[in-house]
Design a protein around this ligand. Structure first.
Ligand code: AMP
Ligand code: MG
Length: 399
């Protein structure tokens, strides 16, 4: 039916999920539980940050225009102490990191760059106004709103919330993401598989990915390749906020997922993407709910989740944006592929710092989970280039 390019598929997912957003359920959690959650409230600064003109070094608070000096030391101020008396021309006040600078001061000269003789101090050079000195309110003015709804709480946000004295915050409830694996050959992991059967690994990789994206995974029973039971399970899955199916979306005689979804009146935005792994990939909507029919090969399931469904989980969970960003690394070896498909290949980033290089990892195709446990990234080979030389920059998606 509709095969689209990788970029088109990304745009469709972001556009459709954003356009359909409704007010979400919220809950109040303690700051200690807020990491990884998405803010549902705007958070204003309770006072100016910093709340006073703050010294960022140990040394002497001065008027920059008076330097290099010799200035009379007229007092001392430590972190946690109230303001010292105003600084008069020709004076310096000894000051510690984090202490409020006295009125009149506009720079702090570091001990390391100063020479003290008795009650006088001079500096190696003239100081710039503003040096080692952060003016009151310059990071955030009291009442300004540095945190908006839709922002995920990570460690810097946790620090800011703590600074503002927010012991509790309102966050969006985690979106419930139903996971439905299909396939007659797939058995629950608690069951000993026959030789021709495989355990349901996709449900567990998806659950881990959903968790990482801020969702709450709900594992449904495995759907056999039979339409009546599949339909029943899909209907159940559509009660969640988002439905992820694995398997049953290729051209095989028993690939029923798309047919069953159409029977339910679903709208299908695309059912193929010119990428590998992950060529057969269904994205659609049934009623209010979006679903992905992810290809069943384990690496295909993982990659298509990462590059498409992850954004949907984040957006359905209230995130303001969910861009997919690639980094670039230098190839450690020549690399070629057949142009026409965007490829995501298991790859290893090695070396460190500016010496980091990326190399593809040997793999046996999109069923090879072992290869991916040895990889720490995907190398992204674009559809419109076929050859790269060792040392060339290439996009990577860290896993
Ligand atoms: P399908 O997309 O249904 O044609 O499945 C493609 C391949 O992925 C087949 O080799 C399946 O056995 C395998 N597969 C499908 N579903 C799962 C699953 N839940 N866990 C692990 N492998 C699966
Ligand atoms: Mg199947």
């Amino acid at each position: 039916m509709a095969t689209v390019t990788f970029q088109q598929a990304r745009e469709i997912v972001e556009r459709e999920v954003c356009a359909a957003r409704r007010p979400l359920r919220t809950e109040v959690v303690s700051l200690a539980e807020a990491a990884g959650r998405v803010l549902a409230e705007a958070v204003a600064a309770d006072r100016d940050y910093p709340p006073f003109d703050r010294a960022t070094r140990d040394g002497y608070a001065v008027r920059a225009a008076d330097t290099p000096g010799a200035l009379r030391i007229s007092g001392q101020v430590r972190a946690g102490q109230e303001f010292a008396p105003s600084l008069r021309p020709g004076e310096a006040i000894e000051i510690m990191t984090g202490a409020p600078a006295p009125p009149g001061a506009d720079a702090v000269g570091m001990y390391e760059h100063s020479r003290r003789e008795g009650e006088k101090v001079s500096f190696e050079r003239a100081l710039r106004s503003g040096e080692n000195f952060v003016p009151r309110g310059s990071e955030a003015a009291g009442g300004s709103v540095p945190l908006e709804p839709g922002q995920r709480v990570d460690y810097p946000e946790a620090a800011l919330l703590a600074s503002f004295g927010k012991q509790h915050v309102t966050v969006y409830c985690r979106p419930r993401v139903a996971i439905l694996s299909t396939g007659d050959e797939v058995v629950e992991i608690s069951q000993p598989p026959l030789r021709c059967q495989i355990r349901n690994s996709n449900a567990h990789s998806l659950a881990a990915q959903v968790r990482r994206a801020g969702g709450e995974p709900l594992l449904l029973p495995i759907a056999p390749d039979e339409p009546v039971r599949t339909l029943e399970l899909i209907e159940g899955g559509l009660e969640a906020d988002l439905l992820l199916l694995s398997g049953g979306v290729s051209m095989g005689k028993y690939d029923l997922v798309e047919k069953v979804l159409e029977e339910l009146g679903a709208r299908i935005y695309f059912d193929g993407v010119s990428m590998q792994p992950g060529k057969p990939l269904v994205f659609g909507r049934a009623g209010e709910k979006f679903f992905f029919g992810l290809p069943g090969n384990p690496l295909s399931t993982m990659v298509t989740f990462e590059v498409f469904a992850r954004a949907a989980v984040e957006l359905v969970g209230g995130a303001a944006r969910a861009p997919l960003r690639f980094l670039h690394a230098r190839l450690g070896t020549d690399f070629r592929h057949r142009a026409g498909l965007t490829r995501f290949l298991p790859a290893a980033l090695s070396g460190a710092g500016a010496e980091t290089v990326v190399n593809p990892v040997k793999w046996q195709g999109s069923g090879d989970v072992v290869s991916l446990t040895r990889a720490n990234a995907f190398l992204v080979a674009s559809a419109d280039q076929s050859e790269w030389k060792a040392g060339d920059w290439i996009p990577v998606l860290p896993r």
